[in-house]
Structure formats: C-alpha cells, structure tokens
Design a protein. Structure first.
Lengths: 430, 430
C-alpha cells in the first residue's frame, strides 16, 4: 500500500531548472509528501557529463548518460523533461509516452512544434503530458484556461509573455535608456541571454501564444505560424512619443478567434493607461483572457527564472502523480481538432500609431490626410511639433482600420513628394 | 454506457445566478456536453414559489418546494446550491453530502461559517464540495490556489475582493463624488444592494478572505474571526489627501502567515502607484498571492454578477461530474487542520496614514512628533498646508511600525492640548 503511493521519477536534464526541481522533490520532498500524500523518488537523472559542476548534488549513482535507461525503465512512471531545445527533447518525450509514462515538461519549443502529435500519443497510451511551466513560468495559466474557463467561449487572449523584452521596454520607458543600453542592462541582470535573438525577435512570445491559443480555441497552432515582429526596431523617439500621447509600448502577443478564423500575432503595441496590461513592468508577465461570459480575466506574475519555473513543474508533477495513483492518467488531454483556419492579418482590425518623416512645407499634412481619407482610415490624434529643421516627424493615431486598408494607404503616402519615410508603424490596443 | 455519463443534477434555487446556471446547463448544454464528454440533466429545481416570474423558464414539472425531493433522490448525484443565506442552505448542503452527493455552491456565508464541518463530511462520504464561485466570481482563484500553487509556501494574500466598495471608492477617487453620492450611483447601476450594509462594512470581504486564507494556509478560519473595517468612514478629504501623496484608497482584505500565527484583516488601505492592486478600479476584483518561491502572482477579473458567477459554478459542475464518472469524488478535499493560531493585530507591522486635526499654533507639530519618537514610530512624510483657519489638518505617513506602538502613541497624542482629534487612521500597503 505504501509502495503504491511512491511515484518513481526519471529526470531528463539537470541545469538551472532541473536543479531546482531536484531540490524541491528531494530536500523539500518531505513537506511535499506531507501535503500531497505521495512520496516522490527520483531514480535516474539524464546528464551529458556526470562530472560537470552543478547547483544540485544528487548521489553520483543516479546519473545516466543514455536516455533509454530512463525511458525504458518500467519502474519509472513519470518523466520530467528539462533539457530544453527541440531535439533530443521531443524524441525523448515521444518515447516516454509510448511507454505509457506521464511526462511533465517546460519546453515551449517542443510543445509549439510537436505538441499536437505528442498530446495524441499521450491520450492513446493513457499517459499525461503537462506543460504549465512552458508559458509564463510562475503563473498558473494553462490549467485555469483548460479547466476553470473551459465552460466559457474564449474570444481573445492578449498578453505580455516575454520578460526579457518587457524589461528592456520598461528600461527604455522609465529610465530613458536606448535599446542597446537597456539590452546590456538586461543581460547584466540575467534577464537576457548573451544571444538575445530568440527573445527580442518575438519568437519566444510566438511559441507561447501558439500554446495558449491551442488550448483556448481547441485548434493546434504552431509557433512558426505566428506572425511576429520584435522590439529591435523600436527607437527611443517612439517610446517618448507614445508616452506623450499617454501610451506605453509593450511587446504584445495576441490570439483572437472570430467567425472567419483565428489570428495570431506578436508585435510591439501601444497600450493605453486604463488597460490592465499598462502597468505590467520589468520582468513580469501578464495574460489577459477575454471570455464571452466571464469578461476580462488577467493573470499576472513572474514569467521566468529557475525557481518559479520549477515550482510550476512540481505542481504538474503532483497532478500527474495523483492521476497515476487514481489510474486516471491521460483522461484530460486537451482536444485540438477544432476546425478553424488561420486568418491573414490583412483582414484584421486594429488601431495604429504611425510616425512619418516629412519635409516641412505647406500642404504636406493635407496631402497625407487626403490619402488616408480615401482609404477610409481616419485619425483619432495627430501631433506635429514646431520645428526649425527641414525634416520633421508627424505622429498619427488612427481609429480602428483594416490592416489591408492601412497598408494600401501607406503605399500611397510613401510616394508623396514631401514624405521622406514611414519611420514607425505600431498597433494600438484599445 | 451512455447513461453512466449522464450527470443527474438537483438545483437549489432559481434566482439570478440559478437562472444563468440553468441556462448554461440546458440551452447551452449541448455545447458543454461536446466539450466535456458528459451530458447534464437537471432533474429537479427547489423553489419557494413555482408561480413567481423568473429569468429562466424551466418546465413546470421540474419545480419542487421540498428540498428532500432533491436531497433524498438517489438518482441525483450532484446538487447545485444557489439559494444564498446561511440557512436552510447549510442544512441542505449537509444533507446532500450525507447522501454522498457532490455539491457545488456559491455561498461564501456557508463556507466561511460551516465550511470545515462540511468539507470533513464531504471527505467522509466520498463526495466533492466545490465553491469556486464563492470568492471573486469570474476569477479562477480557489482551484489554482489549491492545485497550481499548492507546492509553494504561501506567505500572504492581499486582495480587492468586494466590487461594491471598490466601485464606490473609484467613484470617489476619479469622479470626486462623496461617499453618499457614490453609493447612490452604485445602487443605480446594480453594483450595490438597496441595503448595502454587508458590503460597505467589509463583512463580505471578511468572509472571502477567510475562505482564501483557509485554503492558502490549511487552517480553517471563520468569516466572523476576521477583523474588518468598512468604507463608511472614508471622507472625500482623505481620498484627496491620499491622491496628493500619490496613493489610492482601496478596501483591502489581507491574510498573512508568519511564525507566530495567522493575521486576517479587512481595512481601507492606501495603495502606492507601483503596487499591482493600484489600478484595479470599478467593480473589478484582484487577488495578489505572495508565494515563497513563486513570488507575486495576481488574479484579476469581475468579482460578481450572475453571468460570471454562474460560469464559475458550471466549471465546478464539470469538475465534479468528471470525478463522479471516474469514481474519484472527495479525493481532493483541502486539509484544514494546520495548527496555527490567529494573531492579534496589536503585534502586526504596518505603515499608517494619519490625519490629525490641530490648533494652528507654534510647537504643535513638535509635540506630536516628540510623542511618536518616544513610541518609536517615525514618519516617511508629513504634510501641513498653509491655512488661515484656527484649526488645520496635519497628514502623516509613518514608516513601518507595530500597531500596538502606534495605538499607544495615538492615545498620548489625543491628550495633547493643541490636538483637536485624530480624524483618520488608515493602513498603507508597501
């Protein structure tokens, strides 16, 4: 009876997050057992190099260098994957599920690339595949989305899901730093990787919104299907102009489901001061879920870091353990076969912020305004400063307009003789 | 096989929330069945008067006026209680659980008064007792608190859990209304009851923080054990002064667990602008959970209303249904036997806002400051305006001080000859 309630675990990876998970399940394991009624035993840990210095110091005999020693061990019922990267992580998860083992992973890349296949595999083999830690580390969002909000029709998800870019934008907004200075600061504090490409290009956020959208709308979306713009092109000038207009620029991930399909987008966006995401600063994440009946619900917390991420993993481990003991593993795999199509952004409605550099001569504003009017794009705010230079910037905030119309208008505006360049185009959230 | 997956339900009550629940489980029942894999059949509905006009129009033959026709019906596996009020709701829930039926309720009064006994009963009879809708209507907070955050040690919960008072305070802050005007507006819009006592005295918030604290700290706390101050004493003057100092006054419910015990409090509190609760306005609720490892996590959404509340109930119904089908009802009843004691507020540390009315003569400020210094309370801000009247207000923001010390200081300050009255004392959140 005692034995039945012992959960035997294989751990794939022992980096920052893996070490924290090891710590939580062993040194802090007694408290966890007390709370959950099961004991947790990590039987084997996959590492590349057993001799490497690590935060966690498990007994040497736990280390294996071949994944099969875990994936094929019938005593191991639960596999925790914290290797990161696409392969071999995805292949290991697949094999573990095929052997009927439940899997807990923090791997957004794997879930946003091979998630559909892996979840079907889990269902087929009566195993769980949980991935709460893959989106917004500390914030319990995937489970509430699947369970508590499942009875509502979700209309939209709008979130700040990347702490690195949010920290950089906060530094630019509040400390007046340039992009380069803010990035350097983020790297110094450990909020950005030495190579920040994955974060600053919006790719990380794209993976996360794909996972959120898949669960919210029951249609599997891949990370690579998400249109994404990064924050590298944001100048201090736009941060400042946005501020003057009363807005803050955030990197927003958005999934919206309408009759004609699902649109997915990651893009720098102006957020108005009464918006729940306006005050989300620094490395924090927040996800706003708009339900037909529930209205706006926002989840806010730390998006990353070894400790919050490992806590989310341990919470999944406890869930999976409970299902193993009750014999109910694989009974709540999300359905992802809702037949909705991805929409082109051309048909999307949005408000926009435009910064257009022009030669300061009579009639310039009139000619621009004329083009926009003909394309049925109208303005809610226009700002042109007194200026003695030959070139000057005009800022526009549009009313809601179809992106296609805006693009047509901009094509024409670009050709106007007094227009030097379209310096910035950002969406504006309402 | 088909039959086994039909969940037969008894509904206690058919008011605003009950009608919405009926609607969701019947007219919208097909979509729900599609999503959850079960069908839901409401077999009987308890009403006092079958002839009363109602939002929902169930077939007349569903109505019963005797609770036992539901509570003793062996075919009914799940009871939804939306009667409100303490009795007979609590007695009905008790009887349903004794008959092994799972119960879903939105009744905070019952849970914060008889919750411990009812949960033990549920566990004994292998039945579920779910009450997500009892706190912060639309916001999924109780389940994440019990499941996703269960592996962390929770240090503190700070929340805005009453939409009525938050709406009134928002109106006073942003529209410059008096308390009476704001209350009238809230009543007009349906945010406040004709008799607003339960909300404006902080009693409603006290029930909710008791429920949150019970789950977060594993120690059952009753609503009536929570010290609570309401918002009736808040003058427009204090709202204005708080604003000038950069703060907003909110009715804050707070539960804090330290070595020497658990403290529970509902009180008007000044919130600084960088605080996650600062921007929670109007009828919205937000609950900030501070975990040892997870850091700050905030949940934000609509706190009340028939539609959000019913959606939370339906989500609980789906959970309970799943457990009924899997035979796992009653397996996740929270443990509430953690032996911690309630702390007296005397020993609590906090910052305070004080408004003291004095006669404007030399030495007044010095004599007040002297008393506070002797009681080891120091100030982070003092504000006295130029004034031609004989009486003037001095505002103080204290540094962190033990409430006992502050009370001693105030007793002495009151006796100073130039002090007319202590006009306001509010806590300040850091």
């Amino acid at each position: 009876m005692k034995d039945k309630r012992e959960i035997v675990i294989g751990l794939l990876g022992l980096g920052t997050v893996g070490s924290q998970v090891y710590h939580a399940l062993t040194e802090k394991g007694d408290a966890l057992s007390e709370k959950t009624g099961f004991t947790y035993r990590i039987k084997r840990i996959l590492v590349r190099n057993p001799d490497k210095a690590r935060q966690a110091k498990p007994p040497r005999e736990l280390f294996v260098t071949q994944a099969n020693e875990i994936l094929e061990d019938p005593e191991i019922k639960l596999v925790i994957e914290v290797l990161g990267g696409l392969q071999p992580a995805a292949a290991h998860i697949e094999k573990a599920l095929e052997h009927g083992k439940s899997v807990v992973t923090a791997n957004k890349g794997v879930m946003a690339t091979h998630g559909e296949k892996l979840l079907m595999l889990a269902s087929k083999h009566n195993a769980d595949l949980f991935f709460e830690a893959s989106v917004a580390g500390a914030i319990p969002i995937l489970r509430p989305l699947q369970e508590s909000m499942a009875t509502d029709r979700i209309l939209q998800i709008v979130g700040i899901v990347n702490g690195t870019t949010n920290f950089i934008l906060s530094q630019m907004t509040h400390e007046g730093k340039t992009y380069e200075e803010a990035l350097k600061e983020a790297q110094k504090l450990g909020y950005a990787e030495p190579d920040p490409t994955f974060d600053v290009t919006g790719m990380d956020a794209a993976y996360k919104i794909a996972i959120l959208a898949s669960l919210a709308f029951g249609h599997y979306a891949k990370g690579e299907e998400v249109l994404h713009e990064g924050i590298q092109g944001i100048s201090s000038l736009d941060i400042l102009h946005a501020k003057e207009l009363g807005y803050r620029i955030k990197l927003i991930a958005k999934a919206q489901c309408e009759k004609d399909g699902l649109s997915l987008l990651v893009a720098p966006t102006l957020i108005p001061p009464n918006h729940p995401l306006y005050n989300v600063e620094g490395p924090y994440n927040a996800i706003l879920v708009r339900g037909e009946r529930l209205g706006d619900i926002m989840f806010y917390g730390q998006g990353a870091g070894g400790v919050p991420t490992s806590t989310a993993i341990v919470s999944d481990v406890v869930h999976a353990a409970k299902n193993i003991v009750l014999g109910t593993s694989g009974k709540s795999i999300p359905k992802l076969d809702n037949p909705i199509s991805l929409r082109s952004p051309e048909s999307l409605l949005s408000r926009f912020y435009l910064r257009i550099q022009v030669e300061d001569r009579p009639g310039t504003l009139a000619s621009i305004a004329q083009v926009f009017a003909e394309e049925e794009a109208s303005f809610s705010a226009v700002l042109q400063r007194e200026n003695t230079a030959r070139l000057t910037d005009i800022l526009f905030l549009t009313h809601t307009v179809r992106e296609g119309s805006l693009q047509r208008a901009l094509l024409r505006v670009r050709k106007l003789p007094s227009v030097k360049e379209i310096s910035a185009i950002f969406r504006v959230e309402s």
